[in-house]
Design a binder for this molecule. Structure first.
Ligand SMILES: Nc1ncnc2c1ncn2[C@@H]1O[C@H](COP(=O)(O)OP(=O)(O)OP(=O)(O)O)[C@@H](O)[C@H]1O
Ligand SMILES: [Mg+2]
Length: 496
């Protein structure tokens, strides 16, 4: 119901009720007043008729009495007149009364005996009437009685006229109220609300199917529009916050990628420069080993060979890091790779008294990737977790399929997520941003090059994925590797 209609009902309802009550009371009081006036008038007429008849009877002019009776009947509001004898017998009556017999002998007896006026009301011929019965007295003797009957129907006519005027007044009041209320409602309520609704909608237009099926008034509509606007603003602000977070993440990745790229160029050059002399040193060491039989030379040559191998390992990783890698993309079953890693490291786990559990999602689809390099990633992350659990602990390796924003953050994409949850010493917040940096390591010299995670990160980003870390010094570390299901330009190849 519109606010105009409501206001109209609220304002016009009481007015109509008030008018009806006033009309009813006015009708009652005017009916009583008119009856009173009519009775007084009737009494006066009856008294006059009584005196006139007594006068005529005194002169024994019976014809005059009849003429008088006939003349009075139909005059003003008089229906008719009846004459009775002293014995109560019926003597004469107006023509108009012939069909309606006298029905009140008790009153007649009372009038004849007490000489008092008696009046009563009855309906005659369907019309309300009032009868006045008076004694006729001649020389102090009651010689009969006269009944004057007056019509009361005039009262009903008056009352009907009053009713009509009240109904007319009520109708006029309703129309006037309706017009006033509708003008006020439109100018003062509906239009401002319409403007507010238009403003609320301007923030983001509503879809057609969102429009309400139920009829609602302006305030309900305003309330709904505002709630929808708040919901839209809320959704917009939440998506803005999410977009900002995603932007910050992409920017951080970009910065890190730029840093990695420059370090990569440096590392590639360095690896090349070191590679040749290393080959020479190891070649010479081999010649020495073959030619020299003295134990001191053999022992030292072996140490040289071992250290050269170690340097070669670092150089190889440097070259890996410097993107000197050639990825072989195949359809790859991640669970197969994790199984291999688990198998490979199981003896080491038990040697260190650690536990490793797999929680793999059953219906995980295969991805497009380089099985060997991804195994390197998983091995490195697992070894890091093992190193973090110096005093025992558990590593849980799990997989899942997740829909998330793609690298451009413009659409969502499906990712295979490989998680490594360890119960180790965690990473302190001060260094957590640096763990993917090349050569960043907290391990003792000779135990870690600090290249594991940066190389892994490079491999994963080459797959179109990403890595993230969530760690607290009390609860251990969760390292996640995100690998997209769909990779652009998939070369065909056998299953890994
Ligand atoms: N699961 C983990 N728990 C605690 N710290 C970790 C974890 N994984 C990585 N780190 C921290 O990140 C650093 C960098 O790791 P990264 O694998 O790049 O190098 P590294 O393990 O030190 O050396 P490398 O892997 O070359 O032998 C580690 O030294 C360690 O401080
Ligand atoms: Mg490592």
């Amino acid at each position: 119901m519109s606010i105009g209609t409501r206001l109209f009902v609220w304002v016009a309802g009481p007015i109509v009720l008030l008018l009806l009550c006033a009309g009813y009371l006015e009708e009652r009081s005017s009916r009583a007043r008119l009856r009173d006036e009519l009775a007084r008038e009737g009494r006066a007429i009856s008294r006059t008729v009584q005196l006139a008849i007594e006068d005529a009877l005194r002169d024994r002019q019976l014809d005059d009495v009849r003429d008088l009776v006939d003349a009075i009947s139909g005059y003003e509001r008089v229906l008719g007149v009846r004459l009775f004898g002293a014995d109560g017998g019926h003597r004469y009556q107006s023509q108009s009364l012939t069909q309606y017999p006298f029905l009140n002998p008790g009153s007649l007896e009372r009038v004849l005996s007490t000489r008092e006026l008696v009046e009563w009301r009855r309906r005659i011929g369907g019309q309300p009437t009032i009868s006045f019965l008076l004694p006729l007295v001649y020389r102090d003797t009651v010689i009969g009685a006269v009944e004057v009957i007056q019509l009361e129907s005039y009262i009903e006519e008056d009352v009907r006229a009053t009713r009509r005027s009240i109904a007319l007044l009520t109708a006029v009041m309703i129309i006037a109220t309706g017009l006033t209320v509708s003008i006020v409602a439109t100018l003062a309520v509906a239009r401002p609300i319409e403007r507010l609704v238009a403003t609320a909608r301007a923030i983001q237009p509503m879809h057609e199917e969102d429009s309400p099926k139920r009829r609602e008034n302006e305030f309900e509509r305003l309330d709904r529009e505002f709630r929808e606007m708040i919901a839209r603003l809320d959704a917009a602000s939440r998506s803005l916050v999410a977009e900002q977070a995603e932007r910050r993440r992409v920017e951080a990745n970009l910065r890190s990628a730029e840093r990695l790229a420059s370090v990569g160029v440096l590392a590639a050059g360095l690896a090349h420069e070191i590679g040749t002399p290393l080959n020479v040193i190891s070649g010479r060491a081999e010649i020495l080993l073959r030619r020299e039989s003295s134990s001191i030379v053999t022992e030292n040559t072996q140490i040289i060979t071992q250290q050269v191998d170690r340097i070669s390992g670092v150089v190889r990783r440097l070259l890996d890091f410097a993107k000197a890698r050639d990825l072989q993309f195949r359809e790859t079953d991640i669970h197969l790779l994790l199984g291999r890693v688990h198998e490979l490291l199981a003896p080491e786990f038990s040697r260190r008294g650690l536990h490793c559990g797999l929680d793999l999602r059953a219906d995980l689809p295969a991805i497009w990737g380089d099985a060997e390099r991804l195994t390197d990633v998983f091995l490195n992350v697992t070894v890091n977790a093992m190193d973090a659990m110096e005093v025992g602990g558990t590593l849980k390796i799990w997989t899942d399929l997740v829909s998330a924003a793609d690298s451009s953050a413009e659409a969502t994409e499906e990712f295979v997520v490989v998680g490594f949850d360890d119960s180790g010493h965690g990473i302190s917040p001060e260094i957590v941003d640096r763990i993917f940096d090349p050569f960043f390591s907290t391990k003792d010299v000779g135990h870690g090059t600090g290249l594991g995670l940066s190389v892994s990160y490079g491999i994963v980003t080459d797959h179109g994925g990403r890595m993230d870390v969530d760690s607290s010094p009390t609860q251990g570390t969760r390292m996640r590797v995100w690998l997209p299901l769909g990779t652009p330009s998939r070369p065909e190849g056998p299953r890994a």
